[in-house]
Design a protein around this ligand. Structure first.
Ligand code: HMG
Ligand code: MG
Length: 297
């Protein structure tokens, strides 16, 4: 039973551009502003992390202060700790996300601590965010494999997802950080997680490294998942997941949803224009197959 409607979480300005050094702040702001008029309702626009770890996101505060906010669009950011949360609140972020992992070694490489320590650190972040009136989303990375450890048990994924949900995250985004998953593996993982977290509180976040993302999304839709993370033009990767290519392209997801008769509210041609804009600025070919095939306006 496929859902009638799907919500797309646009992560391009964050997950995509966190890897890019050669992009100006004004181009980032333009991208968020253009995306704001495509029908997308949630744009993960930046990240309040240590500038020593991810210098590409160091100007997120300024970005949030300068974007033109559109009614009906939620602008969110990553906040791994209280320093990040306070900076996000000061920049009037609408919603925040914390990011845990199902893999110990990825956790240590990405946020410099064990899974257990990360959960302890997220607790006050979630509490204070909610006191400030901000909803908190939770990511679980490495749900279908880890760049350092390879195989990750689906029970570990389910456990971390449940803990983040119990701690107050309104939605858990299941990340295939390295894009190694295939549809039946994705289904098994989602089924395991949904024993502990209601399916309506789950989202999927596929990177397309091995070209499996759309197939995996279709598998997830069949299980009733109705929230999909994607990045315009297939921007992205993760600075701590070597070889990870971009997120699934939002254009390709919207095209597939249109074909399935599933409503997303996103205008495909406006979205393609946004993707073409950023690819032009990055001086690189568009990572969306749909964008490449789409007749030029
Ligand atoms: P840490 O290095 O362990 O140390 O940081 P710390 O907390 O002791 O802080 C060290 C220094 O950083 C201090 O400065 C702090 O003030 C500063 P110093 O005294 O040395 O001058 N600092 C900060 N500055 C600004 N904003 C902050 C902040 N926190 C500390 N928030 C930390 C731990 C988690 C902060 C660090 O490891 C970090 O920033 N990691 C971020 C890694 C990251 O952004 N990864 C990419 C996003 S995750 C992803 O892409 C996966 C996802 O897409 C899902 C998927 O695909 O699976 C979400
Ligand atoms: Mg990601």
């Amino acid at each position: 039973q496929l859902p009638e409607k799907v919500k797309i979480i646009e992560v391009g300005p964050r997950d995509g551009l966190q890897n890019e050094v050669e992009i100006s702040l004004s181009d980032k702001i333009s991208l968020v502003n253009i995306l704001s008029h495509t029908g997308l309702t949630l744009i993960e626009s930046g990240s309040f992390v240590s500038p020593k770890w991810v210098p590409q996101m160091a100007n997120s505060g300024e970005l949030f202060n300068r974007i033109k906010r559109t009614t009906g669009v939620t602008y969110s950011a990553l906040t791994p700790n209280l320093i990040g949360l306070n900076a996000a609140i000061a920049a009037n972020v609408d919603e925040v996300a914390i990011f845990g992992s199902a893999s110990e070694s990825f956790s240590r490489n990405n946020i410099n601590c064990s899974i257990a320590d990360s959960l302890r650190q997220f607790e006050p972040v979630i509490k204070q965010a909610r006191t400030a009136g901000l909803a908190v989303r939770g990511y679980v990375s490495c749900t279908l494999g880890c760049p350092y450890e390879g195989y990750i048990s689906i029970n570990k994924v389910a456990k971390v997802a449940q803990q983040l949900h119990d701690m107050g995250c309104y939605q858990i985004s299941l990340g295939d950080t390295v894009g190694v998953g295939t549809p039946e593996a994705a289904k098994a993982m989602i089924n395991a997680v949904s024993q502990h977290v209601p399916i309506d509180n789950l989202a999927v976040h596929f990177h397309d490294t091995y070209g499996q993302a759309l197939a995996n999304i279709y598998a997830a839709l069949q299980l009733g998942i109705s929230v999909i993370d994607s990045a315009v033009a297939g921007l992205g990767g993760c600075p701590y997941a070597q070889g990870a290519s971009g997120n699934v392209a939002t254009e390709d997801v919207v095209y597939m949803l249109n074909g399935l008769g599933i409503e997303s509210g996103v205008d495909l041609s406006e979205l393609i224009a946004a993707g073409n804009f950023i690819c032009q600025r990055l001086k690189r070919p568009n990572g969306s197959k749909v964008a490449l095939a789409y007749p030029a306006a």
